[in-house]
Design a binder for this molecule. Structure first.
Ligand SMILES: [Cu+2]
Length: 445
């Protein structure tokens, strides 16, 4: 009976987010891929990807930078003298190319592609489409920085003013939720448990009214996160904010001051049991007693009650059991490792058509990873960024005539077999700062 009541509340919130409301609401998520396809079609029709593009809003990036489909750029067509007006792919849009394999890691990459039934589906989009600032800086560390005279670490990309504002905003979150350390106060205020305890995240208690208003009030987070302490009592450990995209749009919310807050959007979410059961299709979700949500609102965690070593805005918190390192958490959430066990005990399915010993690597956040493999092993790269990249033998953006993926749109993958022992440098011809090395060592057996 209790479960039924919880579900009812979740349904109200979920349906609001899933269905949207007014006529003036922005287009729905399901329209987004069509918009991208139209844009690509328009580019193809001009036969010139550099044609001036009229942008739909001031903040949008020119569409050619976000052209996910290399075929469109290669297509030959009659030149069109007229400038073409096309829509811009927004931050929340899944890639227009359907990925052929899982990829990405929740909380670590812009896109996450998971296998649902027989299909590969985009299940998460996080952060703006371009390069993101992903620095593991906690609330206490930000407070200490704000109070010190030390020069700010340049990788934070924060001005002194932004840091001051950010610390004030996070302080407001903390002050606003201290009274909810007594969970009975939260329940009396209208928070209702919506998930079980998610490993390294905690249990979510949602406030439907605050979700519905579409307003970011720092002292009134839409979700409170609790963990069960040793005495099996609920202990407040964090907060989460939700902004329905129908009310705030499909571009990444401005949110907190500075660039550290990478808000995320879940797709194909199954709620009512665990928020982590995001890789679900409608039928299996409903059959399992859950509520299927095709697209949830923009969300972000704010860990203002502890010193989260993964950062104040991280999706995960190692202070919430089970005890895992950051690397272990990433590994456990990496959809490209195949198969991969989750901390909750589920094991994701094997994906066919890759050699048994293939190494699958995410191209993430404008970074090419260096890794060591054995001769005869295959490497498969999956582009889980919001922009195209290349895997090109060479360095600093210059090809040396070796292997070359050519342009890999978001969601596309590239496979290369390394048969020779040696060190093979590779780069991205679109982003010369992206450099990696495949170190091929002799077979150990
Ligand atoms: Cu690149």
């Amino acid at each position: 009976m209790l479960r039924l009541l919880l579900l009812t509340s979740v349904v109200t919130g979920a349906l609001l987010i899933a269905c949207g409301g007014s006529d003036s609401a922005p287009q729905t998520i399901s329209d987004a891929p069509a918009v991208v396809e139209e844009a690509e079609q328009a580019i193809t029709d001009t036969g010139d990807a550099t044609t001036t593009v009229a942008e739909t809003d001031d903040t949008a990036t020119p569409v050619e930078e976000y052209d996910d489909n290399p075929a469109a750029a290669d297509a030959v067509a009659e030149p069109d003298p007229e400038p073409v007006v096309v829509a811009i792919a927004n931050d929340a849009a899944p890639p227009s190319v359907v990925p052929d394999r899982p990829g990405g890691a929740s909380g670590f990459t812009h896109f996450v592609f998971e296998q649902i039934g027989g299909e590969i589906t985009t299940t998460l989009v996080e952060g703006p489409r371009g390069e993101q600032v992903r620095e593991a800086v906690s609330f206490p560390q930000l407070q200490a920085l704000a109070q010190s005279d030390a020069q700010l670490p340049p990788e934070l990309q924060l001005t002194r003013t932004e840091l001051g504002t950010l610390v004030e905003q996070l302080g407001a979150v903390r002050d606003g939720v201290l009274r909810y350390q007594d969970i009975s106060v939260a329940l009396a205020d209208g928070y209702i448990q919506s998930t079980d305890v998610v490993p390294n995240m905690g249990a979510h208690f949602n406030h439907d009214g605050r979700i519905r208003d579409g307003v970011l009030n720092f002292d009134e987070p839409e979700i409170l996160i609790y963990k069960l302490d040793e005495a099996q009592e609920w202990e407040l450990v964090g907060t989460s904010f939700v902004l329905p995209y129908q009310l705030v749009g499909q571009d990444h919310p401005a949110g907190f001051a500075g660039p550290l807050d990478n808000w995320h959007m879940h797709y194909s979410l199954c709620v009512g049991t665990q928020i982590n059961s995001r890789s679900a299709d409608a039928a299996s979700c409903v059959a399992g007693g859950g509520i299927f949500v095709p697209a949830y609102g923009w969300m972000i965690h704010a860990w203002v009650l502890d010193d989260n070593p993964m950062g104040v805005f991280s999706m995960w918190n190692p202070n919430v059991p089970p005890t895992l390192t950051t690397a272990e958490i990433q590994q456990s959430r990496d959809a490209s490792s195949d198969p991969h066990p989750h901390p909750d005990g589920t094991v994701h399915p094997h994906v066919p058509d890759a050699p048994e010993d293939a190494v699958v690597v995410n191209i993430q956040n404008f970074h090419h990873a260096t890794l060591e493999i054995e001769e005869g092993q295959t490497v498969i790269w999956v582009n889980v960024d919001g922009v195209p990249h290349t895997i090109t033998a060479g360095q600093n953006g210059a090809a040396n005539g070796g292997f070359d993926s050519l342009v890999l749109g978001s969601g596309q993958s590239y496979t290369h077999l390394f048969n020779q022992v040696g060190e093979f440098e590779f780069t991205c011809t679109l982003h010369p700062q992206m450099n990696g090395t495949i170190i091929v060592v002799p077979r150990s057996t």
